[in-house]
Design a protein around this ligand. Structure first.
Ligand code: OFO
Length: 183
């Protein structure tokens, strides 16, 4: 009896997304190591935590594929890009990587919609929200950095930013969670 509940196309897309999440983890990991070497311990800590988050995302997808009776294929993870030039470059590249990941998630939303695979459609909504949070979080960081002087930020402002990032929450609060009382 065939108990596989995923189509070939959806299964391939989800397996591919697993590799993308692992790749995102490697990007955060390599940027974190770069930041630590450069003495930005707060930024490094933040990026290390996010490397773990991306790995958890990969595991979430792996569990879902198994739950649906389909086949998991673990593939090679592409190498992360070269180290950033400075903190501004680090966050710009991080933002771009999140946007690329969002695009890939949207493709799975579309595929599941086209196939009326409502289980996958429902599952992938968690990632849609997560990507919105992560894009917002990096945008907020870019905003803070802009105030600090962007690529020309002084050592002093980078020092304060780095210290703040040590204790920065891992998730941004989204518009849908805000109210007039708590804007
Ligand atoms: Fe960038 O969070 Fe995974 O999907």
């Amino acid at each position: 009896m065939n108990t596989n509940r995923l189509s070939k196309t959806i299964c391939a897309a989800l397996n591919n997304q697993m590799t993308k999440e692992a790749h995102a983890a490697q990007i955060y990991l390599s940027y974190a190591a770069w930041a630590a070497e450069a003495g930005y311990d707060g930024i490094a800590n933040f990026l290390f935590r996010h490397a773990n988050e991306e790995r958890n995302h990969m595991m979430k997808i792996l569990e879902y594929i198994l739950e649906r009776g389909a086949k998991v294929t673990v593939s090679a993870i592409p190498a992360p890009p070269a180290n950033p030039k400075n903190v501004q470059d680090c966050f710009e590249k991080t933002f771009q990587s999140e946007v690329d990941n969002t695009e890939a998630i949207y493709k799975i939303v579309k595929l599941s919609f086209d196939e009326s695979d409502w289980a996958t459609w429902n599952f992938i909504q968690w990632f849609v929200k997560e990507q919105t949070e992560e894009e917002t979080m990096v945008m907020n960081m870019l905003d803070k950095l802009k105030i600090a002087g962007g690529a020309n930020a002084s050592g002093e402002s980078l020092y304060s930013l780095d210290r703040d990032m040590q204790s920065m929450p891992d998730d941004a609060t989204l518009a849908q969670e805000k109210t007039a009382e708590n804007p």
